[in-house]
Design a protein around this ligand. Sequence first.
Ligand SMILES: O=C(O)CCC(=O)C(=O)O
Length: 427
Amino acid sequence: MPQPTPQPAPAHETSNKPDKRQPKPKSAASRSPLHAGIGLTLAVLVGWVLPPPQVLWLALSGGVEGFDWAEASSRPCEMRKLRLSEAERQSAMLSPSHKREALATFAACGVVVIEDGVPQKDVTAFRDALTARLRPHLASRGRVRAALKRAILGRGSLKALWEEGETEAGRVQDELMFADGSEVRERNSGRLDCTLPWRGPPFGASAFVHNGFVRPLLEALLGEAHKLHSVHAIYSLGGDEAETQHWHRDTSLLFDGHAAAAALPPYAINVFVPLVPLEARNGPTEFALGTHRHARDGLPFTGNVNVSFAVGAGSLIIADYRTMHRGSFNQAAEPRPVAMLIYGRRWWSDTENYDGANYGGFGPPRRADPQTEAGIRETLLAPLEHAADAASWTGAASRRNLFFGLVNRWERSLHRELDAEHRARSG
Ligand SMILES: O=C(O)CCC(=O)C(=O)O
């Protein structure tokens, strides 16, 4: 996982006020009559295949328009949330002015929000299927945590617990949660990242992966030939288990340390779709605005405004992969599930978080000090070795690595639970 970085100013909720400094959207009337006329003719010609609202947008927009990343991203960020009109909902398409506004906000801030962009029936289907899919993992996780708490209280050895310990279901080593590390990765204590099948509903439903409001933005930002990289859900557990994450970008910058990199368009975009309403209490994702334009990884970024969004289930939070963000502490009793659709340029892939070497949220342990000759060789060869060993790394060594990694990651939340249980017994 990406390294912790210094913390910016406290989070606050953003306003929805329009930005006077953004480029003024051109109205249909301000375009040349020829431009509007071509759009109208096209619209009439395709009218027999498209329902009326789409025809209207085609006529008004006059076709595809240009978008200049360098110009738009150099403007000051003023965050706003877009609310869809009834006509946009009916057509499942963004109006030309909303498209311009969304692109301008994304380019300047590194994130933009479209409220209620996924129908509730698709949100419910996704959430229910996710809950059912994670149930066995969470049950197994609960058994392992209970065994760990017994070991902590009895001052038992963790090595012995792993080698011959038992849970209510059998050997610790045989617990399901150690077998599905290629699908479920615990990013920090209580924050699960679950990789999901995308071939059809509910996880691959068009309303999610091929969303009509998102598609034109992806085309403008990643190019027409962009791809869906993968479909996931972040499942942040309730009951004080999911702690605040460190600030991070999901992968290192492509051209870390090059001033020119700050002006480059995105190579990947993460579309977060909350599956329950987001509010301060359930620990929504916070974003540090403008950090997608940093030229160097790990810079302190005090001075950037950081925001989280109180939005309904089914809203679209569209973030540049380079934008620094973190999930925050979930103090609600219930989990906070969020769908996460990752898109990229065709040549791009996230090999840091989702390749075979990242098992359960942990990479293989380093064997040598990175500063030594052996350490330099290890760094150099790691990608080749991981690819060659992908099969064996999902075997016994990776499970053991996951167990000991989680023991560290869970330390604080296990102690919090033990304290609460102790207080309940004695009070
Ligand atoms: O919990 C969240 O909302 C964000 C999680 C995240 O950014 C991550 O796990 O990398």
